[in-house]
Design a protein around this ligand. Structure first.
Ligand code: ARG
Length: 461
C-alpha cells in the first residue's frame, strides 16, 4: 500500500501509523465543510495577492483551481480518503495535484487553527438562515391555526390539573412566542460568531503583512476577531448555537408531549393525520403518535450534543488543542436534528384536527370557574382572601352534593355570601370567563385577535 507523504511531514522520519491516521482523521465528518473551506481559501488567496504576498497570477491560478475543485466535488467526482486527515489537508492536496507548487502558496499566513474556525463560522452563518426559515414556517403555521381555531375553547392546565378555560388560539400563540424567542436567540448568537477569524494563524498571528479587513469584506463579515489567542481557542459560539438548538428542541418536545397526551382516547382533543402516525405490528386498532414521540426523543440527542461540547471545553488549556476537533460531530448532529424536527413537526401540525366539542366539554368540568367566582365577589368589594375562602367552601359543597358550579342555583350561591346576584351564573360561562381577561397577554378573544394582528403587522403578512 502506498502511503501519502504528509504536508506537515518535514520533521518526521517515520510514516504515521495507519491506526493513527484512522484514529485522528476527521475527513469523514468535516468534509461537510468543503464549500466553506474553499470560499475562505479563495478570499485568503485574493487578500495575499492584494497585499503583494503572492503574485496576482498565482492567486488567479489558485482561485481557478479551487473553483474547479468545488465544481468537481459537487458533481461527485472527488472522493476523500482517511489518509487526507481532514478537509483542509484534503483540499490543499488536491489543489497541489492540480497546479503544483503554486498551490503550496495558499497556506501562507494561515494555520488550520484559524482556518477551521472560519469554516465553522461560515457553516453556521448558512445554517442560521436555514433554521430561521424553518422557525418562521412553523410560526406562520401557528398563526394560521390560531386564526382557524379562534372560537375553540379548551381547558388550560397547571400541575396537569384543569385550571381555567382558555382559547386554543391563546395556547397556540404561546408557542409562537417561544419559537419567536428561539429565532431571536439564533440571531443573537450570529452577532457574536459573525466575525472573521483568519489572521490569528496558529495562535499568535503572522509576521507577514496581511490585511484582515480586506478578507473580512470579501467574506461579508462586518468585523474581525480582536485577539488571535482567543480566536483559535474560542468555541463559545458552537456551545451557544447548540444551546439555542436545545431550547428550540425543548419547546418542540413540550408541544409534542401535549399532542401525544391529547391524542389519547382519554383526552381525545386532537387527531393527528394518518400520514403522520404509525400502526402497531400486533394491535390492529392502534394509531400511534410516533412522529411527536420521536421529536420528543430526539431532544435528548441535542442536549447530549450541548453537554459534549461544554465538557470538551471545560478546563481546556489555551489555545488550540486537538480535542477541539471533537466539536464538529455534536454541532452537525444538533443542526441536522433540529432542522429535521422543525420540518416534520410543521408538516404534522398542518394536518392536525381538533375536536372542538370535546375540548369545550372538558373546559367546563373540574370547577374551573372557581377563580372567576372569587373575582366576582372582589368586584362586589369582598377582599380576595375572603372571597377565595368563600369560593373554596362552595367547591367543597359542590363536591359533597355532586354538583358542578354551573348547576348551583342563585339561592344556593346566596347562602354563601349575600353579594351574589342573578348575574353570577352568566359570569361563569367559559366564553365570558375568557373574554373577561382582556388585558395585554390575556386570553380574551379580542386580545388574542389583536396579538395576531400585531404579529402579522410585525412580520409583514
Ligand atoms: N481537523 C482539525 C480540527 O478540526 C483542524 C485543525 C488542526 N490543527 C492542528 N493543529 N492539528 O480541529
Amino acid at each position: 500500500m502506498t502511503r501519502s507523504k504528509k504536508a506537515w511531514g518535514g520533521r518526521f522520519k517515520k510514516e504515521t501509523a495507519r491506526s493513527v491516521e484512522e484514529f485522528s482523521a476527521s475527513i469523514h465528518f468535516d468534509k461537510k465543510l468543503y464549500r466553506f473551506d474553499i470560499e475562505g481559501s479563495i478570499a485568503h488567496a485574493r487578500m495575499l495577492a492584494k497585499q503583494g504576498i503572492i503574485a496576482k497570477s498565482e492567486a488567479a491560478a489558485i482561485v481557478t483551481a479551487l473553483e474547479s475543485i468545488l465544481n468537481d466535488i459537487e458533481k461527485g467526482k472527488i472522493s476523500f480518503s482517511i489518509a487526507d486527515e481532514d478537509i483542509h489537508m484534503a483540499l490543499e492536496k488536491e489543489l497541489m495535484r492540480r497546479i503544483g507548487d503554486i498551490g503550496g502558496k495558499l497556506h501562507t499566513a494561515r494555520s488550520r487553527n484559524d482556518q477551521v474556525v472560519l469554516d465553522v463560522r461560515l457553516f453556521l452563518r448558512a445554517e442560521t438562515e436555514n433554521v430561521l426559515m424553518l422557525l418562521q414556517k412553523l410560526q406562520t403555521r401557528l398563526i394560521a391555526l390560531a386564526k382557524k381555531e379562534i372560537k375553540t375553547i379548551m381547558p388550560g392546565y397547571t400541575h396537569m390539573q384543569k385550571a381555567q378555560p382558555v382559547l386554543l388560539s391563546h395556547y397556540l400563540l404561546a408557542f409562537w412566542e417561544m419559537f419567536g424567542r428561539d429565532a431571536a436567540r439564533f440571531g443573537d448568537c450570529k452577532k457574536r460568531f459573525n466575525l472573521l477569524p483568519l489572521g490569528a494563524a496558529a495562535l499568535a498571528g503572522t509576521g507577514l503583512p496581511i490585511n484582515r479587513s480586506a478578507t473580512a469584506q470579501m467574506l461579508d463579515f462586518p468585523d474581525v476577531t480582536k485577539n488571535s489567542m482567543d480566536t483559535v481557542a474560542d468555541r463559545d459560539f458552537i456551545a451557544e448555537f447548540i444551546f439555542a438548538a436545545a431550547v428550540t428542541m425543548m419547546h418542540l418536545s413540550r408541544f409534542c408531549e401535549d399532542l401525544i397526551l391529547w391524542s389519547s382516547d382519554e383526552f381525545g382533543f386532537v387527531e393527528i393525520s394518518d400520514a403522520y402516525t404509525t400502526g402497531s405490528s400486533i394491535m390492529p386498532q392502534k394509531k400511534n403518535p410516533d412522529i411527536a414521540e420521536l421529536v420528543r426523543g430526539k431532544t435528548a440527542r441535542v442536549y447530549g450534543d450541548l453537554v459534549s461540547v461544554l465538557t470538551l471545553l471545560k478546563g481546556l488549556p489555551m489555545t488550540y488543542n486537538r480535542d477541539l476537533q471533537e466539536d464538529k460531530e455534536p454541532l452537525f448532529d444538533a443542526v441536522e436534528t433540529t432542522k429535521n424536527c422543525l420540518g416534520i413537526f410543521t408538516e404534522m401540525l398542518g394536518e392536525i384536527g381538533f375536536d372542538r366539542d370535546k375540548m369545550l366539554r372538558a373546559a367546563l368540568g373540574g370547577f374551573s370557574q372557581a377563580t372567576d367566582i372569587a373575582e366576582y365577589l372582589v368586584e362586589k368589594g369582598v377582599p380576595f382572601r375572603q372571597s377565595h375562602g368563600i369560593t373554596g367552601k362552595i367547591v367543597a359543597y359542590c363536591i359533597k352534593n355532586k354538583k358542578s358550579l354551573e348547576e348551583m342555583t342563585i339561592t344556593e350561591y346566596k347562602k354563601f355570601h349575600n353579594s351574589f346576584a342573578d348575574d353570577i351564573l352568566d359570569r361563569i360561562i367559559p366564553k365570558k370567563m375568557i373574554n373577561a381577561r382582556r388585558h395585554t397577554g390575556g386570553t380574551a378573544t379580542k386580545t388574542v385577535l389583536a396579538r395576531i394582528r400585531e404579529i402579522e403587522k410585525e412580520t409583514g403578512k
